[in-house]
Design a protein around this ligand. Structure first.
Ligand code: F6R
Length: 364
């Protein structure tokens, strides 16, 4: 049932080009030019703000979507972890669209947060992998991510499929709000549709990452840095690594480095910098140089243009296929998953069943 792979996680990582392609095809149809959400879709006309709630990796998908929705649709977005949201009991003003993201659709805190919003938010939308789950049933509209069963405890393909569906929600909101010219929408849809092929190309990173992982496996602390929409992915990189390799890891927004975490930098602490060649690239490179000046070994994950401009002194560079500025975090999820996977394999931990963790957290 692992289809020839050593672990479900490896199989699920490898499935991403196919399931992403299926999910996009499902929502974009034959022509691939129109976003069609089920149940009449989401009417954004009365929406003045969005509140997004989830746990763990699904929370980090929400955090990424905040960058997309705010930039494309100019709608303010609040993102909360469900266990905080539910007990804080935040005010839900009129015009609020509430979005809950959950692979299992059964996470207790996310379900409780949804129930808090029932009768308070104008509309409740969920993004789920299990269409018959409690969270799907209790929402006004459930958007399936179509990732297929995810067995590995560490979420991989569900994360990228959550991102795909949330990217379409962001684009649909922008279109309805008159913020996206048809040509720009077509350009964004084309870059999403190019994603499966880019994923396929990036799977070649298995080999160099397998090699690097032997050194990462010796570390006791690892930092992940990213800026803009790559910041949530830095958090996801750290979460994934600690979850399955048991190495202490932290994700930071690159600009926060000098406000504390730089004190941790020394030669035994690898710093993983995720920096596609986008409008923030130069800023991130200057943070990277601050790390190198203090002897921190830097693993730079970038594209060919970024690698050419980054200068020397890094420990290693991983070169990614080009991706649109906006949707790069989807593609960069792949090296993040592979780093955690190969490091865990190098350490000999139980990749699919990490200690103390459950696939579905149905108790708070
Ligand atoms: C991390 C991971 C967890 C889940 C979290 C939410 O790899 O899998 O952090 O993302 O427990 O689970 P769902 O999405 O089922 O609500």
């Amino acid at each position: 049932e692992k289809g020839g792979y050593k672990h479900f996680m490896a199989k699920e990582i490898a499935e991403q080009p196919a399931v992403l392609g299926d999910a996009l095809h499902h929502y974009l149809g034959e022509e691939g030019t129109e976003i069609t959400l089920p149940g009449g879709g989401i009417d954004f006309s009365g929406v003045t703000r969005i509140t997004m709630v989830a746990c763990g990796t699904a929370y980090l998908a929400c955090l990424t979507a905040k960058y997309w929705i705010e930039r494309l649709a100019r709608l303010p977005v609040d993102v909360d972890v469900a266990s905080e949201f539910r007990y804080r009991e935040p005010p839900i003003p009129e015009g609020t669209l509430a979005i809950f993201v959950s692979q299992s659709g059964e996470t207790a805190d996310t379900l409780a947060a949804l129930r808090y919003c029932t009768g308070r938010a104008d509309r409740i939308v969920s993004v789920v992998n299990v269409p018959e789950s409690s969270i799907a049933r209790e929402s006004d509209l459930a958007l399936p991510i179509l990732a297929g069963a995810e067995i590995g405890v560490a979420s991989t393909k569900a994360f990228t499929c959550q991102l795909a569906v949330l990217a379409l929600v962001a684009l649909d909101a922008a279109r309805q709000r008159g913020r996206l010219a048809p040509a720009d929408l077509a350009r964004h849809l084309a870059s999403l549709q190019a994603m499966p092929a880019r994923f396929n190309a990036a799977l070649a990173l298995h080999e160099p990452i397998g090699r690097l992982a032997r050194r990462l496996a010796e570390a006791t602390d690892v930092l992940f840095l990213g800026r803009g929409a790559m910041y949530p992915l830095a958090l996801e990189g750290a979460l994934k690594l600690k979850e399955i390799s048991y190495i202490h890891a932290e994700g930071y927004a690159s600009g926060e480095l000098k406000h504390g975490p730089i004190a941790l930098v020394e030669k035994t602490v690898p710093v993983i910098v995720m920096a596609p060649h986008d409008r923030l690239f130069d800023k991130t490179v200057s943070n990277m140089q601050e790390v190198m000046a203090r002897g921190g070994p830097v693993l730079l994950i970038t594209d060919a243009r970024g690698a050419a401009e980054a200068g020397s002194g890094v420990w290693e560079t991983l070169i990614m296929p080009e991706a649109s500025d906006l949707f790069a975090p989807m593609l960069y999820a792949l090296p993040v998953q592979l780093l955690a996977y190969h490091t865990a394999v190098a350490k000999g931990t139980d990749v699919d069943q990490p200690r103390n963790l459950a696939k579905s957290v149905t108790v708070e």
